[in-house]
Design a protein around this ligand. Structure first.
Ligand code: GLN
Length: 565
């Protein structure tokens, strides 16, 4: 791999509060530098003690993103991959837990030669090593590292110490960017700067001075407030960059370039700024913003008690994949969250069954339905009912991981008549375990070695010539990312195939089913993937399954209409 000597470093840290869009700000900074022909790489530091994001609950922490090498990480890594159109590796992600783990293991194996291993400098040194390693692996001239948490809290202090140590050694190669929030208190819409001043003081307190302040706010920062921040926070006025709310995150790189951020950063790093070229990106944003033809996509899941905000965060990659596919066809996808539990009869009587069946009819209003990944039993019968409805009524359907497994269960029940067919995740005693854990995985489960039982990261799949999947990918050998324990049970594949399922994607050994589909003559678009196609979708290269799903959905005659305006 190409290595880059003496890379430059950009650190992005948040001020005032979390959730101000540090991740997309970091991604956008990386994008504008990349658009000038500079090789960059992006890293994320999460202050958690968790060694990775694998054990985190998505409704609390957002989607668990998976990289090619199987690293389970923060959703910001997905943003970096999407903005940069680069595959990243676990070298680009670290947590407090993973850093300490390495240092402790090194100490245990005498890697520190008997020295006493103090937190400073050894923990920050490991952080710096990792950043340098990631830059070298990517052959990057600039490594952009986002530090989770906000300035002034205890959790990320050792990471800020790493920035300080690096800056002492390479004063002209390190740029620190504070992404701050300017709240509005009164009707007069004045953006308040005091919290930002405090955030800068907090950084000063750990020996750091930001080079730039990104003023995240409802509006572009006005001159008066800019002067105030510059004066109180020791930065020049041009280094206070407006970062107003936008409708679309893909607008942010374009906005930053309006403030000339790319040139300003490069100048500070002592690099001669090559010409900017965001032409492709601008075209993409224009396509996204210009599309008017609505396509209504329903995402059916167990959404009990989670707010819309939570959903958008837990299914970020699915939403983005839908948007990329929409941009490809110049249509405007609208996403609707559909709670699967409304399709389950509440109680035993025929009235309850009729009410649930009535609810199912609402699916006619959508141009396409997705059942995304998931775990556990809640809402599953409702998802199965929705899948059946889509299959029987020609509504384009895309199943993602669990959504694929459940499409197989539904087919086994309704078409093969195996009423008890199920995944053993839900019913371990079914006579028809069409989705099951493979014997080798069962052994690991029995040993309580849960972490090792997940199939994680990129695996190859061989696609059947002439299938919907092969046509979509334009290839017969693909690689996609996984995160699951259960598989289509090889024992039932022959019977399912005879009944009409086409297993159009398989592992090279042919033992694992990777893609299922129904032939075009029986359904306009019905497909499911055991992998997570959303994880590899990129703004300018939508994932092929999403792309074809969107094509089929946009051809649907929109039957509903009311409530969708
Ligand atoms: N629960 C299923 C499994 O473990 C599907 C997982 C998923 O959708 N990511 O196999």
């Amino acid at each position: 791999m190409a290595s880059s000597k003496n890379p430059k470093y950009i650190f992005v840290v948040g001020g005032v509060m979390s959730g101000v869009g540090k991740g997309v700000a970091s991604s956008s900074i990386a994008k504008i530098l990349q658009s000038r022909g500079i090789e960059v790489t992006s890293l994320k530091i999460d202050p958690y003690v968790n060694v990775d994001a694998g054990t985190m609950n998505p409704t609390e922490h957002g989607e668990v993103f998976v990289l090619n090498d199987g690293t389970e990480c923060d959703q910001d890594m997905g943003n970096y991959e999407r903005f940069l159109d680069r595959d990243l590796s676990g070298a680009n992600y670290m947590t407090t837990g993973s850093v300490y783990k390495t240092v402790i293991e090194r100490e245990r194996s005498m890697g520190y030669g008997g020295r006493s291993v103090s937190v400073v400098p050894y923990i920050p040194m490991e952080v710096i090593d990792r950043i340098q390693n990631a830059a070298a692996r990517a052959g990057a001239k600039i490594a952009i590292t986002e530090i989770g948490g906000t300035a002034g809290e205890y959790e990320n202090i050792l990471f800020l110490e790493a920035v300080r140590m690096l800056k002492i050694k390479h004063p002209s190669d390190v740029v620190l960017i504070l992404v701050s929030h300017l709240p509005i208190m009164n009707d007069d819409n004045e953006l308040k700067t005091k919290p930002t001043q405090h955030a800068v003081r907090a950084l000063n307190g750990v020996g750091l001075q930001p080079d730039f302040i990104l003023a995240r706010a409802k509006y572009p920062i006005d001159e008066k407030r800019r002067e105030k921040i510059a004066f109180n926070c020791n930065v020049s006025e041009e280094d206070v960059i407006a970062a107003p709310d936008v409708d679309d995150v893909y607008d942010i790189p374009i906005n930053f370039e309006k403030g000339d951020l790319g040139n300003l950063i490069l100048k500070k790093l002592g690099m001669r700024p090559p010409k900017k070229d965001l032409a492709d990106w601008r075209a993409l944003v224009a396509r996204m913003d210009g599309a008017t033809k609505p396509v209504h996509i329903g995402i059916v899941g167990k959404y009990f008690s989670s707010g819309k905000f939570v959903l958008a965060d837990s299914y970020l990659s699915v939403i983005e994949a839908i948007r990329h596919a929409g941009a490809h066809w110049s249509v405007k996808p609208t996403i609707h969250w559909i709670d699967s539990e409304q399709f389950e009869p509440k109680g035993k009587g025929s009235r309850a069954a009729a009410a649930a069946a009535d609810n199912l009819k609402e699916l006619d209003a959508y141009d396409g339905i997705i059942v995304p990944g998931g775990f556990g039993a809640r809402g599953v019968e409702g998802k199965l009912a929705a899948i059946r409805y889509c299959r029987e009524h020609g509504i384009p359907y895309l199943g993602l991981c669990y959504g694929m497994q459940l499409a197989v269960v539904e087919f086994a029940r309704s078409v093969l008549g195996w009423k008890d067919a199920n995944t053993t995740e839900i019913d371990p005693h079914t006579k028809h375990p069409v989705i099951d854990i493979l014997p080798e995985q069962k052994k690991l489960m029995a040993e309580k070695n849960y972490g090792a039982t997940m199939r994680l990261g990129a695996y190859p799949a061989v696609l059947k010539k002439g299938s919907l999947a092969a046509k979509a990918y334009g290839a017969t050998l693909i690689s996609e990312r996984h995160r699951h324990r259960y598989e289509v049970n090889p024992k039932f594949v022959a019977a399912l195939t005879r009944a009409g399922i086409v297993f159009s994607g398989r592992s090279p050994s042919r033992r694992l089913m990777e893609v299922m589909e129904l032939p075009h003559k029986v359904h306009p678009f019905f497909a499911g993937a055991q992998f997570h196609p959303e994880l590899t979708s990129r703004p300018m290269r939508p994932n092929p399954l999403f792309r074809e799903f969107m094509n089929a959905a946009s051809k649907q005659i929109h039957k509903g209409g009311e409530g969708f305006q």
